[in-house]
Each structure stands twice: as C-alpha cells, then as structure tokens.
Ligand binder design. Structure first.
Ligand code: XMP
Length: 507
C-alpha cells in the first residue's frame, strides 16, 4: 500500500506548492477538498491543512469537523489551517493590527520540538495573513515566534497537532522544507519511497487491473504529458492501446509530420487524423477565449469518439492530464482561471470512460517518469504547448491565414532559441498574434500590418513564471527575421509580464 499524506485544501493559492514540496521529500501526497477526507483509508500517515483566502470568521469560511482525525493522525495546520485549529479548540483569532505579509524572521524557536528540529532563531519565514492567533487554545503551547507574531508556531500538549502561521511551502521560507521534512518524515514516519520507478511499477499494475482486456484510445499531442501517458499505457497494455494524434490545424509549423515521425521510434500504435477543416469551421468568428477552449475540447472528444468507433471494444479515453491542470481548473473557491481543454472542456455525456494515469503528477515528475521509461531527451525536454494550440495565441477570431502567419513567426523564434543554445533555459516560448495593426515603412512603402508579441518565460511548474531575460541580440535577430520574412507582420514586441498577475498564455 502506498503510504500518503493528505493535504486538505481550504482554497489557498499555495496548496499545490505544499503538495510539490511533500513530493520533493519522496513522499506521496494527495490534495483533496477540505471536506473530502478519505475516512477509512489506512494508507494515510498524516494530514496537512492548507491556508485559505478566508478568515475563520468569514461567513463563507470552510468549516470541517476534524474530530475523526484528531488524536489518530498527525496534523499540521498552515496559516488558515493553524488558525482554524486554534479557533475550533478554544483559542483566539483576531484581525492583525497590520496585515502580516512578506518576509519575517523567527526570533524564538523551541529547539526541543520535533517540528522545529535543525531550525535556528533568525530563520526567514514567509507570512501572508490578515488575522492572527492572539491566544492559543488550552493544552497547546507556543513553539516559535517572530518579533510581531507571538504565536508563529504552536503544538498541542496532548495530541500530535502542530500549527504554523507562516508558509513553510514558500521558497522564501528558508527552512520551510526542513520543517515539512520534520513533519512528514520524523513525525508522520514517511519511508520516503515515492519515486519515478515506484510510480511506474504501481501505475502499470493498476492500469492492467483497471483496463483488463478493454481497448483504449489516447489523445497524443506531441507534448511531454501525453507522450509519457502513452508510453506508460503501452508498457501496461501494449497493443490494446491506439494513440490518436489530431491535427486541429493549430499546431506549430510541421508539427504534425515531425511528431508522427518521433513516435515511430517509441513503438506506439499511432493514427494521425487531419481534422483541421472541422476545427476551423467550428471556430470561425469565435473570439471569446473560454468559448474557443470549450469548442476545441469538445472537438477533440468528437474526433476521438469517431476514431474509437472504428476500433472494436474501445471503452477508454486516455489523456495526459497532469495535476496542475486539475487543480487550476477545479478550484474549490469557485474561481476558474482558465478551463484547460482536457478538463473543463469535456462534455457532460461522454461515450468513453476516462483514464488519466498522470493525473496526480507535477510536470517535473512527469519528465522524470518519461526519462525512466526511456523516452528520448528531445521529446522530454520539449517546451509545454497548450492543448488548444495556436488558438489561444491568436487574439480574436481564427482564420487559416492567421494560423499560417503565426506558425512562420513562431518557427523563427523557436529556431533562434535553439540555435542560441537557450531553448532549455526557458520553460516555454511562443509568439502571440495581436489583433491590432500598426503603421510601418518598408523600403519606400507605407505598411499597415499586424503586430506579434514574443513570449518566453522561466518557471518550475507553470504555477508562477517570470519573463525570460533573453539577450537583446537574440531578440533583435528574431524581430528582424520575423519582420523581413513573415508577410503581414511589421512590428514585434516582447512580453515582460510575470505570472501572477499575468498568465503564460494570453488567452
Ligand atoms: P497559463 O496560461 O494558465 O498556462 O499560465 C500554464 C501552462 O498551461 C498551459 N496551458 C494549457 N495546456 N490545455 C493544456 O494542455 C490548455 O487548455 C492550456 N492552457 C494553458 C500553458 O501553455 C502553460 O504551460
């Protein structure tokens, strides 16, 4: 049985990061909505309560009865999680005199407490809360303070419960990983046996059981996620898997042919379907980003359904959905940032059951699994590319002409990045076709043509990203080449927004 930590999500922006950090400790964890604790699951070794956008007094605050867990499993409350434990155990939570946000340093640390082992006074922590715990509950004691937050961390005298008002998962909390390790390993007793190899072994076994003799179709996009999902499934069920690679007409230049060639070497059974005219006609005149995503999501499923019907006994649709896709799309606070096409765009009624073997992995873990499965590095190190493709990089309506302009510009940017040796230094890069025209001059002629924006970002998980500080010489070369070679474009801009507050894609 794979031991696991459960992270109960009270809606914080950093809940996913807690998950990533626990996985960095080679410990399997699952993030579940705050009220969906898997009672009866004996593989759970500890529970973390996340932060929340709400105050404990908020009428919309998430409340849950922890009685069934308390005393039985170690619990660590983070920020709201800590305040919630305190508030529901008889402590006092009040609005802080000033919002406690940003860096702070621990001034007092109780070194005898297991949670704080190897953490010294002076250690920098990251705070982000409007309320503060002014009185800890009876039978609890303070184990760390900062100059302005007396109860920065506390522990119960009687039960295995800890609370920290700072965010150990944030990279700015210098000893945050040590604290999490103390909780996960020392307190909860994790054996730290979660690894790419153990994931492959257990997933292959599960897939064999889940699928039996059924047949599976998988949507291949050429990206890392669907490639890894395909190879994993191929290992589990071999010939029962048919991979379908749909050309929605919104891929990069020559991507369809290149990807088909790439997959030959992996021994996958791949069917390439050119459905570009279907997608172009369904997208004609559509300008709303969410509508574009939904149309493309549904279009994919239509094509799969149709292809699947040609193969007998297909019961499953496999997808390379990964963890951030699910969490960003299905936030418990109800704010959908973007519907990722392979999650939010699925129609209610589908003729196939869903199989998503990477659903619980973060991107870097997917790459690790891919390497261990023997997928060549040039496929693994490919930049992420969104499922809806260039549709979300053409602002406004989509036409084949615009796609072709964008493909040319994108090809120039990506080729130059590769030639400069910087391709692997950025997380993701691409070009956006802007719905504006501007005046230029070429030779003696006045031009009135479109503008494009170059986007290149650095990131570790796409949850946050910074614009890549590419050399001016490279940007100048790309700009020159695009304006000289791509008919219809006379202006090139560079996007210098980070995420948040922007996102990586423009739509
Ligand atoms: P954003 O724009 O939300 O993008 O900052 C985060 C990462 O997700 C990719 N992305 C998608 N991937 N289907 C996908 O498979 C989608 O609908 C989708 N939308 C965005 C994006 O390219 C970036 O890597």
């Amino acid at each position: 049985m794979q031991e696991k930590i459960i992270i109960l999500d009270f809606g914080s922006q950093t809940t996913q990061l807690i998950g990533r950090r626990v996985r960095e400790l080679n410990t399997y964890c699952e993030i579940l909505p705050y009220n969906k604790f898997p009672y009866g699951d004996e593989s759970v070794i500890g529970v973390i309560l996340s932060g929340s956008p709400f105050s404990v007094y908020d009428s919309k605050a998430f409340n849950v009865n922890l009685d069934c867990i308390r005393g039985k499993l170690p619990i660590l409350g983070i920020c709201y999680g800590a305040q919630y434990i305190s508030y529901t155990s008889g402590g006092k939570v009040e609005p802080a005199e000033s919002r406690e946000y940003g860096r702070a340093n621990l001034s007092h640390v109780d070194a005898r407490d297991k949670l704080l082992r190897d953490i010294k006074p002076g250690s920098q922590v990251w705070m982000s809360h409007g309320d503060t715990i002014t009185e800890i509950p009876p039978h609890f004691h303070t184990i760390a303070s900062t100059d302005s937050v007396v109860n920065a961390a506390f522990a119960s005298d009687e039960e295995p419960i800890w609370g920290v008002q700072f965010h150990p998962e944030a990279y700015h909390s210098i000893d945050g990983l040590t604290l999490l390790k103390n909780f996960v390993v020392t307190i909860c007793g994790s054996h730290q046996d979660w690894s790419a190899e153990s994931f492959i072994d257990s997933t292959v076994k599960q897939l064999k059981e889940q699928i039996g003799d059924d047949k599976v179709v998988l949507g291949l996009s050429g990206g890392v996620d669907s490639s890894v999902a395909a190879v994993l499934l191929n290992k589990a069920i071999g010939k029962q898997l048919t991979c379908i690679f749909v050309d929605h007409g919104l891929l990069r230049k020559n991507e369809f042919q290149n990807v088909l060639k790439d997959y030959e070497c992996l021994g996958l059974n791949v069917v390439g379907v050119d459905a570009s005219s279907k997608f172009y006609s369904e997208l004609a005149g559509v300008t709303d980003p969410e509508q574009k995503r939904k149309i493309i999501g549904k279009g994919f499923v239509d094509v799969f359904d149709e292809e699947a019907r040609k193969i007998k006994n297909v019961k499953w649709l496999a997808q390379g959905t990964i963890y951030p896709d699910c969490i960003e799309s299905l936030s418990i606070t109800g704010t959908t940032i973007k519907s990722h096409h392979n999650v939010g765009g699925l129609p209610e009624k589908m003729n196939l059951k869903l199989c998503e073997p990477l659903r619980l992995l973060f991107k870097d873990e997917v790459r690790d699994v891919g390497r261990k499965l023997g997928i060549p590095d040039h496929l693994i190190s490919r930049h992420p590319f969104p499922g809806p493709g260039l549709a979300v990089r053409i602002l406004g309506d989509i036409t084949p002409e615009k796609v072709s302009i964008l493909q040319e510009a994108d090809d120039i940017f990506i080729s130059n990045l590769r030639e400069s040796g910087l391709y692997n230094n950025v997380w993701q890069a691409g070009v956006i076709l802007l719905p504006i025209r501007s005046v230029g001059v070429m030779g003696d002629e006045r031009t009135y043509e479109q503008a494009v924006a170059l986007r290149a970002v650095t990131s570790t998980d796409a949850m946050s990203a910074d614009w890549a500080h590419l050399p001016y010489e490279l940007l100048a070369k790309v700009s020159n080449e695009i304006i000289n070679k791509v008919k219809g474009v006379n202006r090139v801009c560079y996007d210098i927004s980070s995420k948040p507050p922007a996102t990586i894609e423009w739509e």
